[in-house]
Design a protein around this ligand. Structure first.
Ligand SMILES: [Zn+2]
Length: 359
């Protein structure tokens, strides 16, 4: 993987932004694309970047969501402990004793998710799962007043995972938070950086907002750029690890970019998928067919724009999504970027016609 991709993936992963608070991520994306296109913001804080090629149409949208899962400060106890509301779907057992940061009026405040020591837990209760609603964040405050006045924490403040970007096994795997969906935002940006000027269309990279809170920003992105076609970029639902069999997931890290054929709230365009598979085959790009049996993407909303936008759902396989530490294979990211760029060079008026005709 080249240096630019590594650097951008690190910056996207380490930027903080739960749904409704994506500003820092928008900054990373705007900076990454500063040599190519001007940012255009929508009313939710989402952003689109347009790059004109040889024709106005088709207008092809590459969309990744900028938000990550996290929490919101619900209330602060008199003793200074913080109760939280999840923003996005967390696994209860993935959270205890993890580091989180509250973004308050006086900046970032580090904390740890508290737990009752095993010594105080009766032996027969030690195997029981503690629910997130019973967990609390400990920021070292002495009281509610200390938390609010001195640390600047208030109900409604966003809370994000604390997790640095690391490379495993000589860079073959990339470890970090928020691959869902900074990988998508990064792919959208890098497609515009890599495509050159010779593309037969107009390309738009979008960083959407609030996906994890109900696909809030996807429609705003579509109205902002009025696409003819959309490529939604996501992480996959990945197996290939102990405890997951092929009945549940066939997708594996290291097997290439995923072309997703179904998600929970929509069906990606079969014709667009056929087109993408053909391009991948012609260009020698490693890909796998994959599915979301549950879970959805911005595609469900973008595809409903006006008279209907055929969309493609591409994903980078990711282990341990919706935790502090996701793992992606750098080779899968590279294959995904190759396919994004190859499609950007091939999606012309004729391709749009054949996809719309469902050929
Ligand atoms: Zn996602």
């Amino acid at each position: 993987m080249n240096e630019r991709s590594r650097d951008l993936l690190k910056r996207f992963s380490e930027a903080d932004g739960i749904p409704g608070h994506e500003d820092e991520v928008r900054g990373v994306m705007t900076d990454a694309l500063s040599s190519v296109a001007e940012p255009k913001m929508d009313g939710h804080g989402g952003v689109t970047f347009e790059k004109k090629g040889k024709a106005e149409h088709p207008r092809v949208l590459y969309a990744g969501h900028m938000d990550e899962i996290g929490f919101i400060v619900k209330s602060i106890t008199d003793e200074g402990f913080i109760y939280m509301i999840p923003a996005g779907g967390w696994l209860d057992q993935a959270l205890l004793t993890q580091r989180l940061a509250v973004h308050g009026s006086k900046g970032k405040v580090l904390g740890v998710v508290g737990a009752k020591p095993p010594h105080l837990t009766p032996p027969d209760k030690r195997g029981e799962m503690i629910k997130i609603r019973d967990m609390f964040l400990d920021v070292g405050a002495a009281s509610k007043e200390d938390a609010m006045e001195n640390l600047g924490i208030a109900p409604g403040d966003p809370i994000t995972p604390v997790s640095s970007y690391e490379e495993l096994n000589g860079g073959k795997f990339l470890l970090g938070k928020a691959w869902d969906d900074r990988v998508g935002a990064c792919l959208a940006a890098e497609t515009l950086l890599d495509v050159g000027d010779d593309h037969p269309n107009t390309l738009i990279a979008a960083g959407t907002t609030g996906e994890e809170k109900g696909l809030i920003g996807a429609q705003a992105a579509a109205w902002s750029c009025e696409p003819d076609l959309a490529i939604v970029l996501e992480v996959g639902i990945t197996g290939g690890v102990p405890g997951v069999d092929t009945k549940e997931a066939t997708e594996k890290c290291g097997e290439g970019v995923s072309i997703v054929f179904v998600e929970s709230g929509a069906i990606p365009s079969p014709a667009f998928r056929r087109f993408a598979r053909q391009v991948a085959t012609d260009e020698g790009i490693k890909f796998q067919d994959s599915f979301y049996e549950s879970g959805g993407s911005d595609g469900a909303q973008i595809s409903r724009f006006k008279s209907g936008v055929p969309y493609l759902l591409l994903a980078v396989p990711c282990r341990y999504v919706h935790t502090h530490n996701g793992l992606i294979a750098s080779s899968d990211y590279e294959e995904a970027l190759k396919l994004c760029v190859a499609l950007a060079r091939k999606l012309d008026g004729q391709a749009l016609e054949s996809i719309r005709a469902r050929a």
